[in-house]
Design a protein around this ligand. Structure first.
Ligand code: MN
Ligand code: MN
Ligand code: MN
Length: 278
């Protein structure tokens, strides 16, 4: 069995519909796929139907944004009960965090003389929640900057006047939500946070102490050395091991469905906690 336990559809920032995602997973030889869209479970119904049609096993999942000190981290929930009330209100709360940030960005822009930026940005977001790229497009549209990247350089980027950080729930809160929904909490792509070795250990140890269940030992294509180091850290902290592509779209070979190495033999795969015996 080939497990890919981290992927995105167009219900968050992925490109493919859940159905197209499932066909692609199947074509790539994946047998068990977790759909883990950012802060939403809205794609899981379509995904389940497509999984049935493609004879694939779907693990219902979600990827929550969280915060460890000042550092933004992602925690994946696997095997969540989609009907959970706790999960439903958690998703509303995450949505509110994104909205509050968008409002704060708009207030900063108003102080700079750009009135109505939230409404302007919303036009580019359509049904999606407003994010910085939408503000950037609005600023281009009103002639404040020439290109979206200039909007980041002048206004929206780190340290610039309309730079507003998210306030995400801490790792305890996220783990509690996932557990309340009967899921396994997995610390996602630990290498992506660009931490020093000491900080990385600190994060993994805090995650384990907070009741986290697994570490994403493999996230897309990475070196054997990285895989071995993460596998050792997982074992050391009594965490299970997960693996996933973090697929968002075609033509990104380093994040292709099912296209990554195998977990080292000494790992305890997180799928055993989900009832698979492989
Ligand atoms: Mn993403
Ligand atoms: Mn992520
Ligand atoms: Mn992801």
């Amino acid at each position: 069995m080939i497990f890919d336990l981290h992927s995105h559809s167009n219900y968050s920032d992925g490109i493919l519909s859940p159905a197209a995602l499932m066909s692609r997973a199947k074509a790539n030889g994946v047998t068990v796929l977790a759909l883990t869209d950012h802060d939403t479970i809205a794609g899981l119904r379509d995904a389940q139907q497509a999984a049935d049609e493609n004879d694939l096993v779907l693990i219902p999942g979600i990827e929550f944004s969280s915060q460890w000190g000042k550092i933004g981290v992602h925690i994946v929930g696997l095997g969540i009960a989609t009907e959970s009330d706790v999960l439903a209100s958690a998703i509303v709360e995450q949505r509110q965090s994104r909205l509050s940030r968008a409002q704060a960005i708009a207030e900063r822009l108003a102080k700079l003389g750009f009135i109505g930026a939230l409404e302007g940005a919303q036009r580019f977001a359509g049904d999606a929640l407003v994010g910085r790229p939408h503000f950037a497009r609005h600023l281009v549209d009103i002639g404040a900057v020439r290109q979206p990247q200039d909007a980041f350089k002048k206004f929206l980027g780190t340290g610039k006047p309309a730079d507003v950080k998210y306030q995400w729930p801490d790792i305890h809160q996220i783990i509690a939500w996932i557990h309340a929904a009967g899921g396994q909490a997995v610390l996602a792509h630990p290498l992506k946070y660009q931490l020093t070795r000491t900080k990385m250990r600190g994060l993994i140890s805090d995650f384990a102490a907070a009741g986290g269940d697994a570490l994403e030992v493999i996230s897309g294509q990475q070196s054997h050395a990285d895989t071995d180091a993460l596998a050792r850290l997982a074992t050391e902290h009594h965490l299970s091991a997960s693996c996933g592509s973090d697929f968002h779209m075609p033509n990104q070979s380093w994040q292709e469905l099912g296209n990554f190495g195998r977990l080292p033999a000494h790992c305890h795969p997180v799928w055993r906690r989900l009832g698979f015996t492989a």
